[in-house]
Ligand binder design. Sequence first.
Ligand SMILES: [Zn+2]
Ligand SMILES: [Zn+2]
Ligand SMILES: [Zn+2]
Length: 287
Amino acid sequence: MKLKYLGTAAAEGIPAVFCNCPLCKRARELGGRDFRSRAQTLINDDLLIDFGPDTYWHVCRYGLDLAKIRTLLITHAHEDHYSPAELDYRNRPFAYLSGDKECDDADFPTLDIYLSKGAYDYAPAKFYHENVLLPGAMTFHRARAFQPFTAGKYTVTPLTANHWPDHEALNYLISDGGSTLLYAHDTGLFPQGTLDWFKENKPRLDFVSFDCTGMASGHDTGGGHHMNLYRNKITREQLLEFGCATEKTVWCCNHFSHNGKSTHDELVKIMAKDGFLVSYDGMEAEF
Ligand SMILES: [Zn+2]
Ligand SMILES: [Zn+2]
Ligand SMILES: [Zn+2]
């Protein structure tokens, strides 16, 4: 499986939109890996995780062809992960998927979109332009925790996240038959139901992408439905103890907030000691 982090920041981005804190000022000076757009990840070239406000920037920066995407997984409806108005632009007259204006794209494969409860509840009705939706252009599916589904060559298992419980935010376990990714954004320490599921099912995890909104904090900052290095270490121990991970499993921290106060290089120095990779926009991994 190939993974590409398109964006690696929490909701406000780094530098944050209106912010002049020391980290945001340094990020503006340093650029490069210290520019973090909102979280979004591409798997191979046909599965996309989340559809936030920086999707258009990612299309431009990486030269993406989103018409190739067959499966879109939405973790939850927070605005950094889901901008439903942008989905309008997969329809005519905003998009000619096959490249041929004369053909009506009726035979073009649908985009299967799997959404958490909160995102699904208002997704299909929220198109901002009337009469643009082609029959079958997009198909919306409600994803439910612990109910695996097949999407193309992928087996996807949604898991309950410790995040926005009323909206049933999800993390995703994604397998392409060869390898398995755990994409754990956004979440705090895993809820008991998710821990029990791992204990019982014991998937072999090749790559784990953790919510690390609080960055390198070495103690429990308490509250909140996010993680930091301290909580990532606890969760890694749990997954190892359940037999879901081995010494070959790759652990990567992602979804960073400026409130964590560290530049990319500072994070790498701290995280490497504990065996965690630090994501950056454009980072690729194959496993
Ligand atoms: Zn987020
Ligand atoms: Zn800031
Ligand atoms: Zn969130």
